[in-house]
Design a protein. Sequence first.
Length: 753
Amino acid sequence: MEDFLDSLNPPQREAAETTDGAVLILAGAGSGKTRVITHRAAQLIKLGVSPFNILCITFTNKAAREMKERVEALTPSGSQIWVSTFHSLCVRILRREIAKIGYDKSFTIYDADDSERLMKRTLKELNVSDKLFPPRSVMSAVSALKDELVPPQVYEKRAALNAREGVVARVYALYQKRLQENNALDFDDLIFKTVELFLSRPDALNAHQERFRYIMVDEYQDTNTAQYTLVRLLSKKYGNLCVVGDDDQSIYAWRGANIRNILDFEKDYPDAKIVKLEQNYRSTRTILSAANAVISRNASRKDKRLWSEGGAGQPVVVWQGSNEREEAEYVADTIEKHRRQQDWRFADFAVLYRTNSQSRAIEDGFVRRGVPYRVYGGTRFYDRKEIRDVAAYLRAVYNPADSVSLRRIINTPRRGIGDASLERVEEYAAESGVPLIDALADAGRILGSPAKASKILAFVAMMDRLRDLSNELSVSDFIRHLLGMTGYAAELEAQNTDEARDRLDNIDEFIGKAVEFERSADTPLLSAFLEEVALVADIDAYEAGADAVSLMTLHSAKGLEFPAVFITGFEDGLFPSYRAQTSGDVKDLEEERRLCYVGITRAKSELYLTMAVERSRNGQTTYNLPSCFLKEIPSDFIKRVYGKKMSAPMTDDFDNEIEIPPAKHQIGEFRQKIAIGNKPAGFGGRSYIMQGTPAPADNLGFSVGDKVRALKYGVGEVAAIAPAGADYEVTVVFPAAGEKKFMAGLSKLKKVD
């Protein structure tokens, strides 16, 4: 009988058969990592490990579903393993154990909008200006603290000498207090509180260590400190931890991901087995060569190189046009050409960009050409007002202490409850420390008149009836009754507008989601439905079968693949971002380069890099250099194409069409000219691409051993100077900040005598 591992290549098989101890699987893009994880799980079961003791952690619900289905296809008992996202895992643990840290198991999960609403009230309560401390900015700071496992009481001590941080600390502390009063957790709390549970209750930790004796973590390069700590705690007893990831695809530092988690894995687990998956099953050799050439410029990475047994394929098309409108026309025309000549589908194409704002010009061009498309990363289905309203009703029914949801629905639809009366009841609840729902039930006494409180009391009575119904009906039937009892559907029907009908259609779709949930869920309860809605990610909605061009950011595209990919706006200041190019910290530019690598490796057969000389951004016209990443791709792999409005002739001879660019140290002057609207001499129709030969190192003004001053870190000593394309990477050691790396041409390092 054929062994199911026989379908794996040698490195894949080695990874699947290494079942005990710590294992790091370095899986390059398109190297079949999901195949390896699922076969490894099946191999564990074959060797006698109970599926009950196996945990697989992924980052998206879509990946978790796919992984579980593939394990079940290999072994029937695979259905018993626990495949979950980090957040879903923590929710299931907390539903059973959270009472041990002072919460009720019926807690609500707040999404970003709910959390921001509570943050606004917290700022108001502390008389903190939301102009000086924007709620979203404070939420970001609090989120970062939770990612690093810093509780309010610790941060208050750490921030004592800094006025702004002191305000954030007070807000953070009260925000957490109000969350607990609402019996609610925000998204970051799910992992934060699980770690808190395990650190404070060894019995809870031990129970889950016994349960999860074999742990596999996908996309390990994207873990933050909280996730890293959770995995360390769970795997500490038995040490059977297998992590799968690719440091070259670590692109989420801006949301807390720490690339050191994967780069330092051998330090954390000295006896770890390292397996590299470098054979690519997705892209042509030319596309892989371009990707390898770009990512090899990064210093902070583990050595590996993608290769393929497939054909060389087409060259990478580098297109330059006059503006973003011509860029959109070129993309649309190219798609239509492929459909006419090669019978491709619209779904075979993806248009990727660095920022969501870039989609506008592409969408306009597609509308003019009649190209169907779908934008990912815009307003999610679950973020639409009507869906949020219905979900708020469901949360308030399930968790009566949830004041944020209660405030959203108490006058939705309009019930004539006065703002002044409601404010008095809310003040009483805050001063007395009682849940808002209890204060609402006591509104007659608080307002001094049952008549004044009649509408509030009617709302409370309705919520009580809904709570009783929620225990009797299925989720879908309960939503239908809720829409009738609250008058929500009747109000939309009475409006009789296209917008109102669209909202009713969306609510019908939401009910359909509930029906689908009831068919597939092990426990089709309201609590489980609310969890599924709260934890769904935008990319989970991606449908490969829809015949439309996919438009999305480069970050959203991670994990996907398409026959043809356009990376638009391939220009300095846009991609890589201006901030990354001017921060002076080499880590910022390296993350942008990893993002470029991710974008390139989404393409299976054809890759297009497009750029515009002029681009309208924030209402102003900018003149742009091609991306500095372009010079890192050898010209042998490139076909150069110009837009119809460009003065340069179309040619395949890449080298002959490149003018000698300004040196790296002149880029700042070049940008200044652009900023004031002056085109540099000879700018029309030619490409300004920085060459790979740097100026002599002795022109820097300092050398190894010299003292230099950096604006952010003060005075340090130059430890090393190394060539980096058209520039030099300078390593400086600072007394307080330690070792930092800078790009010499972009930094403002000055020698100190």
